[in-house]
Design a protein around this ligand. Structure first.
Ligand code: GAL
Length: 669
């Protein structure tokens, strides 16, 4: 990943998706005037406009887009120009029914929504390159163009004959020979040995449990295939003007077959969309998690801290199970600034103006169905002004000394059928560890196995199921260099092909942890394992034998009574912890606080009261402290410096309004 000049130009970008193709030109002028009033300086255009840009194969109608880009430029607003390839026009479906996706059950899908194509189908790829090339040729040097946004949220898969043929090619490349594939997939089990490449297929619906190696490779194949679909567009856009940065917006979620860390090497800027799915404090926890993930991916691609961008977020209602939840006044601002605190180069919304119809007619927008004389528009305008006042924080690097490892493939592998328990969830365990640290006030990096660990005092591996040999070496090097380690259940159990590492769990890390796990005791959803010290474990428990470690917390009652639940071991200067169950939230918070303290790590702002999130960014000897008050009470935080949002000096304590935010330029020490 290279970071081109635009993103480190010392300001925070503000805007969102705008769909002028849905409106007559009079509305464009109103919208641009409103954007200026709100302080918007970057809008994404054209995401779903393919049928308006190419109404018939090879016939292009670009005049309207010329006018839109000129209008924005005349008003000092830059453009993230999208390639519209996430929503092919109806003519494409009619002309290429064989490029429509097929589910694992063999059902072919039809036009009617978006994202309905097989990204391995040559006809789709050719059409996508075609429209991208037309846009590149026409707009690569347009003065409004600041960023190319390729596609929208890559994430669809398919099981059709095109996908299957591409999967075979990918497997040949990955495994080299059929013998190696048979070995990796352990096809000796259930007599699945393949004698010819032609016998190897996509994992379609089958009678009983599917082969885990095949399922895992199919996910990896789709991540790589979608990445090729991205890079081929990127390369032609880049050829048209190498100075313009190029990205694609990541969507987060368990269903996404994309290894975002790998993709980070191919984008000029990591861009993420984030829509919390919870209403209570969980939304704030999810926001911090998403921002820390994005920062980690940006660093992974760059090999050093690099900016990233919140590319989409909801200005008001968010979808929560069964309904939409209207964000309380101030919450949109707080969520937006939580992303900025953790490194986002700006705030972008989906969407600018609410559509008059279509599938997402009730999705929130800055300009809602009620117009701009609204609380949301006024809040958005105040946010635009606030971002202007925070520009000086952009060089600041987020300070964190604890890192949690996240690995997309471990998440996929744990989801396979035939595991000792349903619902095993690496991203969920990453979130649980992150949440515990968040409640402890400890800022955390989220990293990819193999990332540099300089500055990391405590590395956390939450259910990091797969352990490639290189990952094991990476963890070992960290510990032998004096770095502390905390490993939770189901980590290191399998190798990179999801084959079990034998000799007792957690195979890869037994010696580092000084434990050997003999058997699992998965818990039912409503079951709790009482622990010494008053807490409980859920989801999982294990028979743990000590082979050097000491017991920190034991199981109480049941077949595991008196046996170790949480252990600690000493390896040189480092402490290594093993956690064989999922502790309740309070126990987990205390455990991670203890592990961090032993590693020499304290809360980011120990004086911050409960419910006030603190993130520090630093550039040389200058630091900025972001304080986000998630409570409904006024809070005071002892500090000295200068509050940027009010412009007031702070001599002993900063006051943060209920649900509000303060950003302090701290006095230099
Ligand atoms: C995003 C997507 C947008 C819109 C939004 C709704 O994931 O990119 O187009 O659908 O979700 O929340």
């Amino acid at each position: 990943m290279t970071t081109k000049g635009l993103w480190i130009d010392g300001r925070l970008r503000y805007g969102g998706d705008w769909n002028p193709e849905q409106w007559p030109p009079e509305v464009w002028h109103d919208d641009v005037a409103l954007m200026r009033a709100a302080g918007v300086d970057l809008v994404t255009v054209g995401v779903f406009a393919w049928s308006r840009l190419e109404p018939a194969p090879g016939r292009y109608t670009l005049d309207w887009l010329d006018r839109v880009l000129d209008l924005l430029h005349d008003n000092g607003i830059q453009v993230a120009l999208a390639t519209p390839t996430a929503s092919p026009p109806p003519w494409f479906t009619s002309a290429h029914p064989g490029a429509m996706p097929v589910t694992a059950d063999g059902v072919r899908l039809h036009h009617g929504s978006r994202d309905t194509y097989c990204a391995a189908a040559p006809a789709y790829r050719a059409a996508a390159r075609g429209i991208a090339q037309v846009l590149a040729t026409r707009y690569a040097h347009h003065p409004a163009l600041a960023l190319w946004r390729v596609h929208n949220e890559y994430g669809t898969t398919c099981h059709c004959a095109h996908a299957e043929a591409a999967f075979r090619r990918w497997l040949r490349e990955r495994h080299g020979s059929l013998d190696a594939l048979n070995d990796a997939w352990v096809t000796s089990f259930w007599g699945q040995h393949y004698a010819d490449w032609a016998q190897v297929g996509a994992p379609r619906a089958t009678q009983y449990l599917a082969n885990p190696g095949q399922l895992l490779d199919f996910r990896r194949f789709w991540s790589d295939t979608l990445l090729c679909a991205y890079t081929e567009q990127r390369d032609l856009l880049r050829a048209a003007n190498p100075a313009v940065p190029i990205t694609t917006n990541y969507v987060l979620g368990d269903w996404v077959p994309v290894d975002h860390a790998r993709w980070a090497r191919e984008v000029d800027l990591v861009a993420v969309d984030h829509y919390p799915s919870r209403v209570d404090g969980g939304a704030e926890e999810q926001t911090a998690l998403a921002a820390d993930l994005a920062r980690g991916w940006a660093r992974h691609g760059a090999g050093r801290p690099a900016p990233w961008l919140l590319m989409e977020s909801a200005p008001n209602q968010i979808h929560v199970p069964g309904r939409m939840h209207t964000k309380e006044p101030g919450r949109m601002t707080r969520h937006s600034l939580a992303h900025v605190a953790r490194g986002s180069a700006g705030v972008m919304f989906f969407q600018w103006r609410a559509p008059a119809g279509g599938a997402e007619r009730f999705h929130s927008a800055v300009v809602s169905h009620a117009g701009a004389d609204t609380r949301v528009f006024r809040e958005a305008t105040r946010l635009g002004a606030a971002l202007g006042r925070l520009a000086e924080t952009t060089p600041g690097r987020v300070q964190a000394a604890v890192a949690i490892a996240y690995d997309a493939a471990s998440g996929w592998a744990l989801r396979h059928p035939g595991m000792p328990r349903d619902g095993l969830d690496h991203p969920g365990e990453v979130a649980a560890a992150h949440r515990a640290l968040w409640h402890a006030g400890i800022t955390t990096d989220l990293i990819t196995p193999g990332d540099p660990l300089d500055g990391c005092r405590l590395l956390v591996l939450p259910a990091l199921y797969l352990a490639a040999d290189a990952t094991v070496d990476w963890v070992r090097r960290h510990v032998h260099a004096g770095g502390h380690l905390l490993v939770t259940w189901l980590s290191g159990v399998a190798d990179t092909h999801a084959r079990i590492r034998l000799g007792g769990y957690p195979g890869a890390y037994r010696d580092l942890l000084g434990v050997r796990v003999e058997e699992f005791h998965p818990l039912a959803d409503d079951e709790r394992a009482p622990l010494t010290g008053g807490g409980t474990g859920r989801i999982w428990s294990e028979t743990v034998h000590l082979t050097g470690a000491e017991t920190v917390t034991g199981y109480l009652g049941g077949v595991l009574d008196g046996r170790p639940a949480i252990t600690r071991h000493r390896v040189g200067d480092a402490h290594t912890w093993y956690v064989s169950t999922r502790p309740d939230q309070d126990t987990y918070r205390r455990l991670l606080t203890d592990a961090a303290r032993l590693a020499g790590v304290e809360a980011t702002c120990p004086a911050a009261p409960p419910g006030v999130e603190a993130v520090r960014r630093r550039d040389g000897d200058q630091s900025w402290l972001f304080l986000l008050n998630h409570t409904d009470r006024t809070q005071r935080v002892p500090a000295t410096g200068h509050e940027l949002l009010t412009g007031e000096p702070v001599t002993d304590a900063v006051t943060v309004a209920p649900g509000g935010v303060a950003v302090l330029r701290e006095a230099r020490r």
